[in-house]
Design a protein around this ligand. Structure first.
Ligand code: NAD
Ligand code: TYD
Length: 341
């Protein structure tokens, strides 16, 4: 099988590419990635010399680049996306372009080939904020940020190609991932690296918003199961059932990293901040026999150890484009912040 992994130079895509090649000696993987601020060739250095791996630098909105990369591929796993909620609030244009129009371009190229599966990587954020219970795959979609709305548009468009043209689409909706190679704009890597540098940890609002945390390896294993055995037209939630408030996540990071609680700052909240995400994953467990294996503390310990051992990776990022991003997002809010509650 030859798989096209779009967005394979990003966080989850690079972890998936490494795992797919390691566990499947007969597979070949092509990565197509635009190398935006979030994508890095060095994330793929471990597989760079593998003869089963090839890399194309290109945009999923560019039909010529897509046709070239998709040639001879049996399956597509579409990770390519703009992914950060805070950036989508600031400017949603690239989100609509990549997360919806990019999916359309991929689907059009995919239609021509008589291929096996188009796996659209979506998110639990399409359900919106869930105050009680857990979201099931048949629940109403209620995306509340430009990021979540763009991802909902992308997955609905993909499913429409299944209904209309019989394209073998499968959609997965994963909860918040954490682990090695995550760009330090997201909560876990931002707080881990700030803690290591003795910088403030800026918690939004009251810090009691909660997420269902999934170690990236567990996510990638679930995707491999879906690729192997899922029927077209299916939607699967992927989550580990490990709900923690942002305060709890922060406390655990500080403990594991051995940093002071005085670094915690409560700052002005994100607009429209979803209070809680939680997934019912019984469909994936029952149909495909997958369960999450990595407990949150263990996953976080592995993550902290990786950032400790790979300081050069994140210091390079944090001294580039990120510096201006961080200043514009946080400097004003940190001025009016308060410490530990
Ligand atoms: P990321 O931001 O780390 O990586 C995204 C990758 O896509 C980057 O390599 C980037 O260069 C590439 N890309 C962006 N626009 C592109 C374009 N137009 N053409 C080609 N490549 C492009 O993201 P991630 O956290 O690895 O997320 C991967 C996927 O998983 C996304 O679709 C995201 O919505 C989904 N997801 C993420 C999480 C999470 O917690 N990180 C949870 C659920 C679902
Ligand atoms: P994030 O990693 O941006 O993922 P998402 O918004 O897609 O769930 O944020 C996770 C949670 O952490 C979310 O409730 C927002 C919160 N958060 C902070 O409190 N401070 C921060 O600096 C960041 C980036 C996030």
């Amino acid at each position: 099988m030859r798989i096209l992994v779009t967005g394979g130079a990003g966080f989850i895509g690079s972890n998936f590419t490494r795992m797919a090649l390691k566990l499947n000696p007969g597979w070949k993987v092509t990565v197509l990635d635009k190398l935006t601020y979030a994508g890095r060739r060095e994330n793929l250095v471990e597989v760079e010399k593998d003869p089963r791996f090839r890399f194309f630098h290109g945009d999923i909105c560019d039909s010529d680049a897509v046709s070239l990369a998709m040639k001879d591929c049996d399956a597509v796993v579409n990770f390519a996306a703009e992914t950060h909620v805070d950036r989508s609030i600031h400017d949603s244009s690239s989100f609509v372009r990549t997360d919806i129009e990019g999916v359309r371009v991929l689907l059009e190229a995919f239609r021509e080939g008589g291929r096996r599966m188009f796996l659209q990587i979506s998110t639990d954020e399409v359900y919106g904020s869930v105050e009680h219970g857990r979201s099931g795959e048949a629940d109403r979609l209620d995306p509340r940020s430009p990021y979540a709305a763009s991802k909902a548009g992308g997955e609905l468009l993909a499913m429409s190609y299944f209904s209309t043209y019989g394209v073998p689409v499968v959609v997965t909706r994963a909860s918040n991932n954490y682990g090695p190679f995550q760009y330090p704009e997201k909560l876990v890597p931002l707080f881990v690296t700030n803690a290591m540098d003795g910088e403030p940890l800026p918690l939004y609002g009251d810090g009691l918003n909660s997420r269902d945390w999934l170690f990236v390896d567990d996510h990638c294993r679930a995707l491999l199961r879906v690729l192997e055995d899922s029927a077209p037209g299916k939607v699967y939630n992927i989550g580990a059932g490990q709900e923690h408030s942002n305060r709890e996540v922060t406390d655990l990071i500080l403990e594991i990293a051995g940093a002071s609680r005085e670094l915690v700052r409560y700052i002005e909240d994100r607009p429209g901040h979803d209070r809680r995400y939680a997934l019912d994953v019984s469909l994936l467990e029952e149909e495909l026999g997958w369960t999450a294996e990595i407990p949150f503390r263990q996953g976080l310990e592995r993550t902290v150890a990786w950032y400790r051992d790979n300081r050069g990776w994140w210091e390079t990022i944090k001294s580039g484009e990120f510096r201006e991003y961080y200043r514009s997002m946080y400097a004003g809010r940190l001025e009016g912040s308060v410490g530990e509650r």
